[in-house]
Write a protein of this length. Sequence first.
Length: 133
Amino acid sequence: MYTDPLADYLTRIRNANSAGHRVVSIPASNVKKEITKILFDQGYILSYKFEETTNKQGSIKIALKYDAATKAPVIKEIQRISTPGLRKYAGANDIPRILNGLGISIVSTSKGVMTGKQAQQQNVGGEVLCYVY
C-alpha cells in the first residue's frame, strides 16, 4: 500500500508520458478527480473518464496528449511540491508563477482544488500540491 496517493497519481502520469502510452488508468479519489478536471481544462490531457469498479473506489482513465508534429508529450514535467512529511502552504499573494506564467500550480484551498491563478483571483491561499508545465 502506498502512503501518498497524490504522488502515486502524478508518478503514474509521468511514467505513462515517458513511455509513450496513450491511456493511463489510476485509482480514483475526490482530489484526483478535481486535479484531472483542472488538467483537462488547462489543455494538458486529451480526455478523461471516471469508471466505477467492484471495490467502490472507482478508477480514472486519462487519455494523454501529445504534440501532433513531434510526438512529444504536452506535459513536460509534473512535480509534487507539498509532501506528507513537509507541507508547503502559500498565501493568496505568495502563490508562485510557473515558468513565468506558462505552467500552472495546483492549490488545495478552503474553496476546493484550483489553479494558482484562480486562487489569486479569489484571494485565497492554501497547500501547493503540484506544478505542471
